[in-house]
Write a protein that binds this ligand. Sequence first.
Ligand code: SF4
Length: 116
Amino acid sequence: MRKLTCIICPNGCALLAEQTDDGILVSGNRCPRGEEFAVSELTHPMRTIAGTVRTIFPEMPVAPVRVSAEIPKERIFDVMRQINAAVIETHMSRGDVVIADVLGLGVDVIVTGDVK
Ligand code: SF4
């Protein structure tokens, strides 16, 4: 039995998830998305992450970034290391790719604001 807090919406339902012979039983969810979240958490948890990347521009020394889609939870620190090592050397617009296909995960790191 695992206690989880659903992070899909602001309701933050308190979930109980239990692995049984018939599969994973979930309770406490107010909607089906909570069940999907709990099953994902027990089988293959995913997360989205955001951070900042250094730039060469003194007027904007760091730029906000995020991943373009969820990544496996166990790879968060690996991706953060890539983000921390990156440096933006050209002007960019919101949504431009800073790191393409980071670590071969099929997800890009993109800027969430203009870098001018
Ligand atoms: S179970 Fe549904 S209502 Fe509850 S927090 Fe998750 S998404 Fe929101």
